[in-house]
Structure formats: structure tokens, C-alpha cells
Design a protein around this ligand. Structure first.
Ligand code: DHB
Length: 395
């Protein structure tokens, strides 16, 4: 069967939050795009991811007209707790830097974006197969088979690889034209969703002699929590009692007790740092997880992806309105400026809060010294608060 050709301005690979947000911002300026996604809408919706949005992410969702549901149904958090040596220390974001974050799971961000694109008549093709990209240094093309099995070619001015951490677009960049940065960590996170009331109103990042744990929330009746584990941990070997006793060992004490309940889901989350530079090759632009991965401590992944597309949108908008490529040409540098800040912040939070296997008494005492030097200093706390709530967009 012959391939049907569609012509558009921007072809976007991936209908996760980055791809859909870019397509939405472009549509508002009258710039056409086609979004191509190998997963079904349902599959993306069911992906359990982190739940913290920086104020800049929230503002973009609300101000660009995606939805204000985050303000109605999300929870504003004005701080977090760092817990170590059995004591809690509050980092008051509002007081320190005048900002907050919102607890609003990524699955809801996706649902809002997908609904908005649908309502606005956006061209989003879910459940496609056999995607390939061509002519990245000239007039780029995407080939795929749509959900009905028809072969389609999308011809565009630009291709955006927003196709996630297993990005195929990334592999189209010749080795001589890119540098990859990797960092492995000697642990992972064991994540659960549990049916239980909230144990706290804000997130608790707990450092303990028995390793790290994070107490987060989802709803009145469902909670999200994590504990540091071995990267090869097998979730099947963990029943509810074993899971809760691990949390107790790391968080309970001095009058604080976690509220427990049936574990609804359990998973091991990979833990690594990765950056692909530059985030552009010819007319291909990479955005979000396709270009970088951060460890989950601090929940920067989605926020970085949204920042990437905000900056990329500015470049594309400027190109289509003025013909100038200057803003587009600065995309990679501007995006990477924040990516490396977030890499550092996620690495720092990770190393400050986790226990490295084989750590000795010196390592442990030094780590407690580091934690005390942060919570004992207005400057230390302000650095954490500024990074956690999100830096201003770089120029
Ligand atoms: C969540 C995940 C994180 O990685 C984090 O730092 C904070 C919250 C979450 O899933 O709620």
C-alpha cells in the first residue's frame, strides 16, 4: 500500500507531557504539528511517575490554558521535612524563597494535556508502530504505521524527539556529533502505592542508619512512598509486612509513626544520571527524558522536560514569526544550563540522603555533618528551597 504523505511544520515524536505541551504551545501561535506516539493513550495514562510540580510548571499549565485543575485538585506544599537522627527539620520554601511546589501526579498532567489537545483538535497519533526518522539535516521526515495499519509519512520543517528515556531519535545523532554523560548509582528506589491515610501533610525525606526513605502522598486514601533498595531487588520477594517493616526502620521514632495499609502497587525505579549533548542535531531537537535522566530524588524529571519545551517553543515561535533562527540556535545551551543545575541538585540530594553500600563510620558522621550544615543555615536551606521549587528560566 502506498504511503500517505502529510505536511506539517513540526513533527513531534512522543505524546508524553513534553510532546503534548509543545504541540499545545505551538497550536496557540498557529504553528502546526503532528504528534506521533508508539504507546496507547491508556498506557501512558497508567504510567506511575513522580508527583511534584515546580511553580514554573504549574504556571505554564495554567497560564497557557491547558487546565487549572492543578490549582483545584493539587495540593500546594510550602515546604518539606528532612528527617535524620530521628528528628524532623522543616525547610520552609515560602519563607526562604517565597515559592511553593504542587503535589499533582504526572498522570494528571498527562490527562489534562491529552484532553486539551483533543478538545482543540490537535493531531496526536497514539498506538503507531514502525517509526523511523529521515533526513534530519535537510527536510526531515517521520515514517510510521498508524493504529489502523496505514503507512504514513510526515514531512516537517523540524523534528522534536520527545520520545522518552528509551528515545530512538537520540540514536539518529551520529556518534561524532554528540557526547553522552553517564553516572550510575549503587542503589535504586522501591516505590509503592498504598491504601492508607496520609502520614504527614508534606513530603518527608528521611535519612537513617538503615537507608533512605521518602514519604509522599497521592489522595486522602492512597499514598506514595519509596525506600532505597538494591538495583536488583525483586518486588515479588516483598510482601506487605516486609515492606512496612523496612519503612518503620527508616522513618518511625520519637513519636512519629507511619500510617500503614494494603500495598496496591510495588515497583523498582531505576536510578541514574544521563545527559546527551548538544540537544540538537540539524533539524532534530531533543527534549525531556530523550535528552536527559536525573535520579528521582527531588522530582526534577517532568519539570525539566516542561522547561525544555518552553525554551524550544520560544525558539520555534521566534523562527516562524521573524524568520530568525537566533533563539532556536540557543535552545541547547539554554536547556542544558538548567539540566546541569538539576543534575547537580538531584545528585546532591541523593548523596546527602542515601547510604552508599559499604559506607564506614567516617562516611556516616560526615553525612550527618552535611545535613546539619544545611538545616542549621538560612543560606543552606535557601539553596535547597530555591533548587527544589525551581530556578528562573535562563536567558
Ligand atoms: C515524588 C517523587 C519524587 O522523586 C520526589 O522527590 C518527591 C515526590 C512522588 O512520587 O510523589
Amino acid at each position: 500500500m502506498a504511503r500517505t504523505t502529510i505536511t506539517t511544520q513540526v513533527a513531534i515524536m512522543g505524546a508524553g507531557p513534553a510532546g503534548l505541551m509543545l504541540s499545545h504551545l505551538l497550536a496557540k501561535q498557529g504553528i502546526e504539528s503532528v504528534v506521533v506516539e508508539i504507546r496507547s493513550r491508556q498506557q501512558i495514562h497508567e504510567t506511575v511517575r513522580a508527583g511534584i510540580l515546580e511553580h514554573g510548571t504549574v504556571n505554564l499549565l495554567v497560564d497557557s490554558g491547558v487546565s487549572d485543575r492543578v490549582l483545584r485538585e493539587g495540593d500546594r506544599h510550602d515546604g518539606i521535612e528532612l528527617r535524620f537522627n530521628g528528628e524532623s527539620h522543616r525547610i520552609n520554601f515560602k519563607e526562604l524563597v517565597g515559592e511553593s511546589v504542587w503535589l499533582y501526579p504526572q498522570t494528571d498532567v498527562f490527562a489534562d494535556l491529552a484532553a486539551r489537545r483533543e478538545a482543540d483538535g490537535g493531531d496526536v497519533r497514539y498506538s503507531v508502530t514502525d517509526t523511523t526518522v529521515h533526513d534530519l539535516e535537510g527536510k526531515p521526515k517521520v515514517w510510521f504505521s498508524d493504529a489502523e495499519g496505514h503507512d504514513v509519512e510526515v514531512e516537517a520543517d523540524f523534528i522534536v524527539g520527545a520520545d522518552g528515556s528509551r528515545s530512538r531519535c537520540r540514536f539518529q545523532v551520529p556518534e561524532a556529533n554528540r557526547k553522552w554523560y553517564f553516572h550510575e548509582y549503587p542503589f535504586a528506589w522501591f516505590g509503592i502505592l498504598a491504601e492508607a491515610p496520609r502520614s504527614a501533610d508534606e513530603l518527608i525525606y528521611a535519612n537513617s542508619d538503615n537507608g533512605f526513605a521518602l514519604i509522599s502522598q497521592r489522595t486522602e486514601t492512597v499514598q506514595r512512598m519509596y525506600f532505597q533498595c538494591d538495583p536488583h531487588e525483586n518486588v515479588a520477594e516483598w510482601d506487605d509486612e516486609r515492606i512496612w517493616s523496612e519503612f518503620r526502620r527508616r522513618v518511625n521514632g520519637n513519636g512519629f509513626e507511619l500510617k500503614e495499609g494494603p500495598v496496591l502497587e510495588k515497583m523498582v525505579l531505576p536510578f541514574r544520571s544521563f545527559v546527551h549533548t548538544p540537544m540538537r542535531h540539524g533539524n532534530l531537537f531533543l527534549a525531556g527524558d530523550a535528552a536527559h535522566t536525573v535520579p528521582p530524588t527531588g522530582a526534577k524529571g517532568l519539570n525539566l522536560a516542561i522547561h525544555d519545551v518552553k525554551v524550544l517553543f520560544e525558539g520555534l515561535d521566534s523562527f516562524y514569526s521573524s524568520g530568525s533562527t537566533a533563539t532556536l540556535d540557543s535552545y541547547s545551551d539554554r536547556a542544558l544550563d538548567r539540566v546541569w543545575k538539576a543534575q547537580h541538585f538531584s545528585y546532591w540530594m541523593t548523596s546527602m540522603l542515601h547510604t552508599v553500600p559499604g559506607a564506614d563510620d567516617f562516611d556516616r558522621a560526615r553525612q550527618l555533618g552535611e545535613l546539619h550544615s544545611v538545616v542549621g543555615s538560612e543560606h543552606g536551606k535557601a539553596y535547597l528551597a530555591e533548587s527544589y521549587t525551581g530556578w528562573p528560566t535562563s536567558r
